[in-house]
Design a binder for this molecule. Structure first.
Ligand code: PNS
Length: 162
């Protein structure tokens, strides 16, 4: 029986990290031996937070999880997966509307490398409406983001807005 360590990559922009992301990180790190959170470093996406800020917020909120690392990546996700000796990509699915895009990405990544599996976690129902864009929209308009993002980064987010 093969007994190799199973490493997964959870990729995203994390602009910023939400409680939905953190839930997926916790569940995936419990299932895999090691989880690498891959923060997309792509200025074309014009993120609000710098790549350093996004990595730092994720690290701050996951410092109790022993089997994870947070890294930036550029270029193709599949290449980052292979560079890190990972065999799976972790994605969260919130609603049917996520499905079509994620199906396309999973099929494309499989086409690029058939050894890389995409594993989907169904988002907890309480996070089904949650996204980084919603958090930014609320924060920008003086709404309350408590409960949507980890408490540890509320001040970081609000300070960036004003
Ligand atoms: O949080 P996001 O912005 O929805 O995450 C999107 C992400 C990072 C998963 C996606 O943009 C991605 O995989 N980018 C890397 C480039 C890539 O491999 N694209 C697919 C082949 S063209």
């Amino acid at each position: 029986m093969e007994n190799s360590i199973k490493i997964a990559v959870y990729p995203g922009s994390f602009d910023p990290l939400t409680n939905g992301h953190l839930d997926i990180i916790r569940r995936a790190s419990a299932l895999f031996d090691y989880l690498i959170v891959g923060v997309l470093n792509n200025s074309a996406k014009n993120p609000l937070f710098t790549k350093e800020e996004r990595v730092s917020m994720i690290k701050k909120c996951t410092d109790d999880i022993k089997n994870i690392d947070v890294k930036m990546f550029n270029g193709l996700l599949v290449d980052f997966v292979k560079e890190n000796n990972a065999s799976a990509i972790v994605k969260g699915l919130r609603a049917v509307s996520d499905y079509e895009y994620e199906l396309q990405m999973a099929a494309l990544n499989k086409h690029i490398d058939r050894n890389v599996e995409t594993v989907f976690f169904m988002a907890d129902i309480q996070h089904s409406f949650l996204s980084s864009s919603i958090v930014k929209e609320l924060a920008r308009n003086h709404g309350n983001i408590r409960g949507l993002v980890p408490d540890k980064i509320i001040d970081d987010i609000m300070e960036k807005m004003y």
